[in-house]
Write a new protein. Structure first.
Length: 374
């Protein structure tokens, strides 16, 4: 079975790492190569994750970089088509919901190549999110849909996806978290900012809906500044957010002299550093997708500054609350956490560290039936 594993942006790397590891256990049956589209290219957004996760250097890097959605998607498709023509894989595996995920799916399917989507069936029902468009286009085309939870299974069935295409395997990102948890817990940060366990918050924001509009971004930062009067807020800044904060003249919000309270702005952090910070935080404030799941497993309160989530299982069972992006709502949720009003979390089914193994087992069974081999 010849496979091209595709990654492109930061949230893809921790999802693909355990799949590669599981494939490495079957060298006689699976011949796999790793392709990076180059959607993310800064050292701190890409390479440092490969180091932390022990991932191999990609065999192929398309080097597409940034651009408008159409430019980036088109550039990936043009380059990926050449690779597929040359490599002739039996299967392409895509993960998550970034532009690289959708672009490689469309390209491979039009060439008659089977595609598997890992993290299928998540839906925010918000078509203003580029990721929702990516998820819908990817799932409708893919041959094998690997899901993280029962709500995703229901979403796919409601869209008419035949049951035999849906494989409920669990969460590969949690495979990675569980594998690295102990190491991250014990590590000492290069710069620990004098933080005390449970006495600080971490923050990430990068969604266009939060950072591209100056009024919205300012409102969020006002709320965060108020929270930071009570506990320091550690803010590894995404390049997009840094660019917008500078453009709108909002960088005065960020203090540089911890351990006094304030919003402490830093470079994007590596996987292990950020996991270490999150597992010891009083709360995580975010608009990310993956962090909603990671905090549920870490049992750390998560305040999601969005109007919806494609991961409702984290609200139903986990530590996540959806608060939107109005300052008073963000503040009130943070105060609840500071006042100890925290719900106990349950871990969703099959978030047990074995999702990647299940994926590889399914693929081997399916492709053995189809009498493929390498
Ligand atoms: C992308 C994903 C998003 C994911 C996020 C995680 C899409 C549509 N969005 O958003 O779902 O949550 O990654 O980070 O695929 N930039 C750099 N260096 C980099 C990468 C980006 O400076 O290595 C800057 C560029 O100015 C670029 C901007 O960030 O234009 C946005 O990058 P892009 O890859 O388009 O989307 P993200 O906002 O990172």
């Amino acid at each position: 079975l010849k496979v091209i594993n595709v990654v492109g942006a930061r949230p893809n790397f921790m999802k693909m790492a355990p799949i590669i590891e599981a494939m490495n256990l079957h060298p006689d049956e699976i011949d796999h190569i790793l392709l990076h589209t180059g959607q993310h290219y800064d050292e701190k957004m890409s390479e440092s994750f490969f180091d932390d996760l022990g991932m191999p250097v990609p065999d192929i890097n398309l080097g597409v970089g940034s651009g408008s959605h159409a430019e980036q998607t088109a550039a990936i498709m043009v380059e990926f088509e050449k690779v597929c023509r040359h490599e002739e894989p039996d299967l392409v595996i895509v993960v998550g919901d970034v532009n690289s995920t959708m672009a490689c799916t469309i390209t491979a399917k039009k060439m008659g190549i089977s595609v598997a989507h890992v993290e299928a069936g998540l839906r925010s029902r918000d078509m203003a999110m580029p990721e929702e468009i990516n998820r819908l286009c990817t799932d409708v085309l893919c041959d094998y849909l690997f899901t993280t939870d029962r709500i995703a299974n229901e979403n796919l069935r409601a869209e008419g996806v035949p049951q035999e295409k849906i494989f409920f395997v669990g969460n590969v990102m949690i495979d990675t978290l569980l594998k690295h948890r102990l190491l991250a817990e014990k590590m000492t940060l290069k710069d620990d900012w004098g933080l005390q366990t449970g006495k600080y918050a971490t923050l990430t924001i990068h969604r266009p809906s939060n950072v591209d509009d100056p009024e919205t971004l300012k409102g969020i930062l006002d709320a965060l500044q108020e929270i930071s009067n009570e506990i320091p807020v550690i803010f590894p800044v995404h390049p997009r957010t840094r660019k917008m904060a500078e453009e709108y003249g909002l960088t005065d919000y960020f203090s540089r002299d911890l351990p006094v309270n304030g919003i402490w702005m830093t470079q994007p952090l590596g996987y292990l550093d950020f996991l270490h910070l999150n597992m010891h935080a009083a709360m995580v404030l975010t608009d990310s997708g993956g962090l909603q799941e990671e905090t549920t497993v870490l049992r750390v309160p998560c305040i999601t500054m969005r109007h919806n989530t494609e991961r409702p299982i984290t609200c139903e069972m986990g530590t996540n609350v959806i608060v939107g992006n109005r300052p008073e709502k963000i503040l009130s949720a943070a105060r609840n956490v500071l006042n100890g009003m925290v719900r106990p979390a349950m871990i969703p089914e099959k978030w047990d560290g074995n999702a990647s193994q299940r994926i590889v087992d399914h693929l081997l069974a399916v492709f053995a039936d189809n009498s493929f081999g390498c």
